[in-house]
Design a protein around this ligand. Sequence first.
Ligand code: ZN
Length: 326
Amino acid sequence: MADELAIGIDVGGTKIAAGVVDEQGRLLARGRADTPGTDPAAVLDTIGDLVDELRGEHDDSAGEIGALGIGAAGFVDASGSMVLFAPHLAWRDEPLRDAAAERTGLPVVVENDANASGWAEWRFGAVQGEPHVVLVTLGTGIGGAIVIDGKPYRGRFGLAGEFGHMQVVPDGLPCDCGNRGCWEQYASGRVLTRRGRSAAEEDTALGRRLLDAAGGSVQDIHGSHVTQQARNGDEEAMRWIADVGDWLGVGLASLAAVLDPGVVVVGGGLSDAGDLLLAPARSAFSHTLTGRGYRPEARIVAAGLGPDAGLIGAADLARLTATSGS
Ligand SMILES: [Zn+2]
């Protein structure tokens, strides 16, 4: 049967991941390339090459691959055709959908990467069938997605779910977005990166271990090194993650005040910390929630699909859009 498969692409700041995805969300083949700088034409070329490669490998002679979904870290307009702004890719009003359709001959859907991940978790992952879902992805920043009544909620202009830039601390830490005190300055992997690098500069015991793990250069210390130390039982690293968990829970309580989700799913690299992060988050959430003690509380769970969620979700949205004939 035609059009059961779609190709999903996840465009990140350093890597572009691609895969052939079936209607059960399974990855049948994979491709990967370095992001070739920030020039939109070069990124489009790489996307086109990955699609050619996957079609070749996957023997597309039967024409089973019927759509292409592209998840990108940026603001995607409500019609899914333009990337309005991608901070890490220097894209401004980039008509990616039509350009990719022309390059590949496939119908294309472009989606914000966190929205794509949220959709994948709802379709195939940790929150299947839940009617009201909030997803947060914790990486260098915080991405977000909302599923309401089983549909992705994008807002009027396609920009809903940018939770990372809610202000949680007046006059707080400066953020790349130009404001101060944004949630992602307190509840994302960059907090661990920042604290890890300071500890290395101050030559603390944990700082020295982090520096070793990072190969001796302070700038190569990342949040993942702190998470690893915490999982090995380092109490200071565990405290840092618990601090991030506290801020996570406080912000999620604000989201619950607005959206009243049944479940919050936490993904992204920092979710590797598991209950070291989620237990303090649940506790802070319960203590901050408006009407606490007198209302049902949303569950907070770890994502189920790992780093492939973005491309799986992008492929699935593209397949559904293509087969619905819109
Ligand atoms: Zn911000």
